[in-house]
Write a protein that binds this ligand. Structure first.
Ligand SMILES: [Zn+2]
Length: 66
């Protein structure tokens, strides 16, 4: 699951979907997020914040194991 932080309250927020939207600068990928407090936002994915600064990057990729 994709998670980020709520721009409003700073709580953990879930990325519900992403979509590419046209803008004056060209198509930009946006994400709809909703936090645990019920706030939701539609914002460019580049504005998404990493939930926690993890010292060790533990990648759990959805990749196929064989
Ligand atoms: Zn919030």
């Amino acid at each position: 699951m994709d998670t980020t932080l709520c721009p409003d309250c700073g709580a953990l927020a879930e990325v519900q979907w992403r979509d590419v939207m046209e803008s004056t600068d060209g198509p930009i990928e946006h994400a709809k997020i909703m936090c645990v407090s019920g706030h939701w936002f539609l914002l460019p994915v580049e504005h998404l914040v990493q939930p926690t600064p993890t010292p060790v990057e533990r990648r759990r990729s959805p990749a196929r194991w064989g």
